[in-house]
Design a protein around this ligand. Structure first.
Ligand code: DX5
Ligand code: ZN
Length: 216
């Protein structure tokens, strides 16, 4: 199976958002990765519901929403109504993670959990069978354009073991600092989905950059 590529719209040109969405539509990318930040869970505010609504109107691929917000339970139905196909919450933001995962699925979406760089894979042992996606943060969440944290490879391998051991069909997503320098090694370690923001949108030819990532 080839690696799925999920361009992060955080790095798009917001004054030319429709143009950038159309670029992803016609590219070899698989998903739209949408970063929602609240300025509380992470030290940055990105964009919210009206912008996601506008994106969903034009996007013709899976919408993968990454919530970097406290108390995400409050907004599960809202994101389902806005067109999210996958909803990922942070382990560190959920007191009752099992309940949150069930609520995401009950709302008709696939359920993902993201782990900050300091959070060990082992915390997912008792929910892995319920998950559709685990997002391993390879930077500290909050900003695009940061450097990839090398410890990520070890976590991908550990997560791959956990998934195989539990016979889960959960996908492994890597988010932060993904480039052509680490994409092949991440796939080799077991990654299924690579998020790439600044590397794609900051490149001369985003279509070619996506196509290139796809071959790794
Ligand atoms: C970081 C976000 C990422 C970010 C990735 O908090 O979750 O999705 O947009 O951007 P790059 O690929 O530039 O590191
Ligand atoms: Zn993200």
């Amino acid at each position: 199976m080839t690696t799925l590529i999920a361009p992060s719209i955080l790095a798009a040109d917001f004054a030319n958002l429709q143009r950038d969405i159309e670029m992803v539509n016609k590219s070899e990318a698989d998903w739209f990765h949408i970063d929602i930040m609240d300025g509380v869970f992470v030290p940055n505010i990105s964009f919210g519901m009206p912008v996601l609504k506008a994106i969903a109107k034009h996007a013709n691929k899976t919408i993968d929403v990454h919530l970097m917000i406290v108390d995400p339970d409050r907004y599960i139905k809202t994101f389902a109504d806005l067109g999210a196909n996958i909803l990922t919450v942070h382990y560190e933001a959920c007191t009752h993670l099992h309940r949150t995962i069930q609520a995401i699925k009950a709302a008709g979406m696939k359920a993902g959990v993201a782990l900050n760089p300091h959070t060990p894979i082992a915390v997912l042992e008792d929910v892995i069978a319920d998950l559709d996606l685990v997002c391993i943060m390879s930077v500290n969440p909050g900003f695009g354009g940061q450097s990839f944290i090398e410890n990520t490879y070890k976590k991908v391998r550990q997560l791959k073991h956990l998934i195989e051991f539990s016979k889960s069909d959960c996908q492994i997503e890597i988010d932060g600092g993904v480039t052509n320098k680490n994409a092949a090694a991440l796939t080799e370690a077991g990654a299924d989905v690579l998020v790439a923001g600044s590397y794609v949108f900051g490149s001369e030819d985003p279509l070619a950059t996506i196509a290139d990532l796809k071959t790794m």
